[in-house]
Design a protein around this ligand. Structure first.
Ligand code: SAM
Length: 333
């Protein structure tokens, strides 16, 4: 999976970048970056308006989010913002000199680290329960042919037992140990502020019985063949990633708390100011897409405050949507 995604011929090394194959919230509408910019302003306030405020676009793709955030910030905040794009692939041609392109999350920063659709692309091993219900590693050839390998042992077996127990023969689990470690490392770089991971995810109460590994190419899902021709993605066991004090909420709840609303403009505006009506209607359409419960709005936001009050910066969590924000203690249910 690592070679197929990030090796010299890997999928994410291709010149067209992620946007050539699928649409994330970042590509769906600039309203998403504007909401993240508002979140950065709230973090800035919680930090007491430091002289240097970091914004870290973790797994930045071609840097679309960091560019959108910088252009949506008030000038005074933008002037104090140190912007990072953390990405394994090459930066786009002619990158914005205001953005530092780095391959590893920076350390010791104060501000907001934001990882949109990163963790689902962090490579992992897959286990399948054999006829005796014993978890075995799933092996795969370059053409996608699968077979069962050795029994899962060591820390991976411990992870499965704790977070995704396999009992029924044929049941599968995606072993999220690598993602837990990747997230913990990114969070550790934030000295004070907030780290947010946004992804399609599940918790222990409702794991998918056969896993979620999928390929993606040119806007369509496809067989997950590890040959560099397609994305390889699996939903995130987000409760296992959560560190003490984390909040878990849906994107719908988070974006509402950040002031994004899909409310349609009043019809009366259509006759008094038709151009404003059309603008407001398109805004409402884009907001509705970003917050749709069965679509992007159903994504999970894992928000990890570091030395600040997470609920304070995320604002009004009154409308809880389908996932209660909770103190995700890192302990199993
Ligand atoms: C699905 S794309 C998301 C891009 C962007 N965040 C967005 O929402 O449009 C995942 C990106 O994560 C990058 N990536 C994966 N693992 C990474 C790591 N450990 N460090 C930096 N970038 C990584 C990939 O190269 C790819 O560009």
């Amino acid at each position: 999976m690592t070679q197929a995604l990030y090796g010299p011929e890997g999928f994410y090394r291709r010149p067209e970048g992620p946007a050539g194959h699928f649409r994330t919230s970042v590509h769906a509408s600039p309203l998403f970056a504007a909401a993240v910019a508002r979140l950065l302003c709230r973090v800035d306030e919680a930090l007491g308006h430091p002289g240097e405020l970091a914004f870290v676009d973790m797994a930045a793709g071609r840097g679309e989010l960091v560019a959108g955030v910088l252009s949506a910030l008030p000038a005074e905040v933008a002037a104090r913002t140190l912007a990072y794009a953390v990405e394994l692939a090459d930066p786009p041609a002619g990158p914005d000199p205001a953005v530092r392109w780095v391959a590893e999350p920076p350390r010791g920063v104060r501000g907001l680290l934001f990882a949109n659709e990163w963790l689902d692309n962090v490579p992992l091993d897959i286990a399948e329960a054999d006829f005796e219900g014993r978890p075995r590693l799933v092996l795969v050839d370059a053409d996608g042919t699968e077979s069962l390998g050795a029994p899962v042992g060591g820390p991976e077996a411990e992870w499965l037992r704790r977070w995704w127990p396999l009992r029924t023969p044929g049941a599968r689990a995606e072993i999220g140990l690598t993602r837990d470690a990747a997230w913990a490392k990114a969070v550790a770089g934030v000295e004070r502020g907030l780290a947010v991971a946004v992804d399609y995810a599940h918790t222990r109460a409702a794991r998918p019985p056969f896993g979620t590994l999928t390929g993606f190419r040119a806007g369509r899902d496809c067989s997950p063949v590890p040959d560099g021709s397609c994305d390889l993605t699996a939903h995130v066991a987000v409760d296992a990633c959560a560190l003490p004090g984390a909040l878990l909420l849906t994107q719908r709840t988070a974006l509402h708390a950040l002031g994004l609303s899909g409310t349609r403009p009043p019809l009366s505006l259509a006759s008094s100011d038709p151009a404003a009506y059309l603008r407001a209607l398109s805004h409402a359409g884009a907001a509705a897409e970003l917050t749709a419960p069965g679509g992007l709005g159903g994504f999970s936001w894992l928000a990890q405050p570091v030395g600040i009050d997470g609920r304070g910066v995320l604002g009004d969590l009154g409308d809880l949507g389908d996932m209660e924000p909770r103190e995700a203690s890192g302990a199993p249910d």
